[in-house]
Design a protein around this ligand. Structure first.
Ligand SMILES: Nc1nc2c(ncn2[C@@H]2O[C@H](COP(=O)(O)OP(=O)(O)OP(=O)(O)O)[C@@H](O)[C@H]2O)c(=O)[nH]1
Ligand SMILES: [Mg+2]
Length: 372
């Protein structure tokens, strides 16, 4: 039997045998009286993760701690499904066939995807073939493999630091299927940009739904950022982008965030529209630093990834924003995204609030995923 068939069979068997293990819900964070902080387990964990990255206690903000706590809680479901079992498997010595199958199943269940799973297992096997590592060390090694995988795009020409260039014109085009979180992410990014003293502007280029323009305007108000929109009905989104670039140029804008539609009459129309928007940007702002970010809903797991390939063609993607990591049991999809698309993850969203977005850090992500 071919390896792929065997795997399929194992997966089927796994599905058939799978018993829903009730996952203990992570306790809701208790309302915290501001600005007091609770020095609970999550706080200590977050502080340790920041300290391990060389951060000094005096430079660490409460927002960062709060964010990490949220990320850890968000990935709780994925983590609980993974870590205890992984620890017992990788701590048993050289990986035998059964252990490999078990790890494979665990990773696939967390939506790590076949390609990334194969890579992780091969790398683990090379290390553990002749060597017995205590569970803690084996897990530390596994974390390293995952981090290397997530950081791989930086070896292929992508810059590890992802910030708009100061005093330059940066355009970030946000794409993705409907409901992925584009508009929300734009609001959060605009807020982040304002806090970091960038001159920022939003283009409301989702003209397909009337409500979409209203929605992005609300985010504009929340983040104190102007929104360029065309009030007419059935306006051409490329024309809105054209107007927005004109406005941005005259205002010396540093970051223009472009909201796009996630749904049109059909997929071809959507892709044509995106290609057209991209052409206008390239033509009208040839010197701008352009990023084309795919917004992906982490709760969709592998399904979301398939859509991504279509967008990659039309919008010349250069990075990914992974949203809804709060409460997704498919957090492992981050690894699949990087392995399968070869694109870096630039931001992650873990909540609906304006502060619930952070630049992606493979270190923080892997710790939140595997630190039990
Ligand atoms: N829990 C959670 N919800 C999110 C997150 N990001 C976005 N959402 C929610 O997802 C829903 C869809 O978000 P939108 O920003 O409207 O998505 P969109 O991609 O702009 O969708 P269209 O405009 O229809 O193409 C909203 O209810 C958001 O509040 C997140 O990180 N976590
Ligand atoms: Mg939208």
């Amino acid at each position: 039997m071919k390896a792929s068939e065997e795997r399929q069979e194992r997966l089927e068997r796994l599905k058939a045998e799978a018993v829903e293990t009730p996952v203990e819900p992570e306790p809701e964070p208790e309302p915290e009286p501001e600005p007091a902080i609770r020095f609970d387990e999550n706080f200590v964990w977050s502080a340790e993760v920041l300290a391990a990255q060389g951060r000094k206690p005096e430079d660490i903000s409460i927002e960062e701690i709060t964010w990490l706590k949220k990320l850890r809680q968000g990935l709780g479901k994925t983590r609980l499904g993974l870590i205890n079992q992984l620890k017992s498997i990788v701590g048993q010595g050289p990986l035998n066939k059964d252990a490999v199958f078990e790890i494979e199943a665990l990773l696939l269940q967390a939506d790590v995807g076949i390609e990334a799973t194969d890579f992780v297992i091969e790398t683990l096997q090379q290390k553990l073939r002749n060597e017995t590592l205590p569970p803690e060390e084996a897990i530390a090694y596994l974390k390293q493999i995952l981090r290397d995988l997530l950081d791989k795009p930086y070896e292929n020409g992508y810059q590890p630091d992802f910030i708009p260039e100061k005093d330059q014109f940066n355009i970030w085009l946000m794409t993705g299927v409907n409901g992925a979180g584009k508009t929300t992410t734009i609001g959060k990014l605009a807020h982040l940009a304002q806090k970091s003293d960038y001159r920022c502007l939003i283009a409301a280029a989702d003209t397909f739904r009337a409500a979409a323009v209203e929605q992005v305007k609300i985010w504009g108000q929340r983040s104190n950022t102007d929104v360029i929109a065309n009030p007419g009905k059935n306006t051409d989104p490329a024309a809105v982008v054209f107007d927005a670039i004109t406005a941005a140029t005259s205002r010396n804008t540093e970051l223009l965030l472009v909201d796009t539609a996630g749904r049109l009459q059909n997929k071809k129309n959507l892709m044509d529209e995106l290609s057209k928007i991209r052409r206008i940007i390239d033509k009208k702002a040839p010197n701008a630093h352009i990023e084309s970010l795919l917004v992906l809903d982490a709760t969709l797991g592998q399904n979301g990834l398939r859509q991504a390939e279509v967008f990659a063609e039309a919008a010349q993607l250069s990075g990914v924003v992974l949203t809804k990591l709060d409460g997704s049991a498919k957090g492992g999809v981050a690894l699949a995204v990087v392995k399968q698309l070869g694109l870096p993850i630039r931001f992650i969203g873990a909540g609906e609030g304006i502060e619930d977005l952070r630049p992606f850090s493979s270190y923080e992500f892997v710790e939140a995923l595997l630190n039990g």
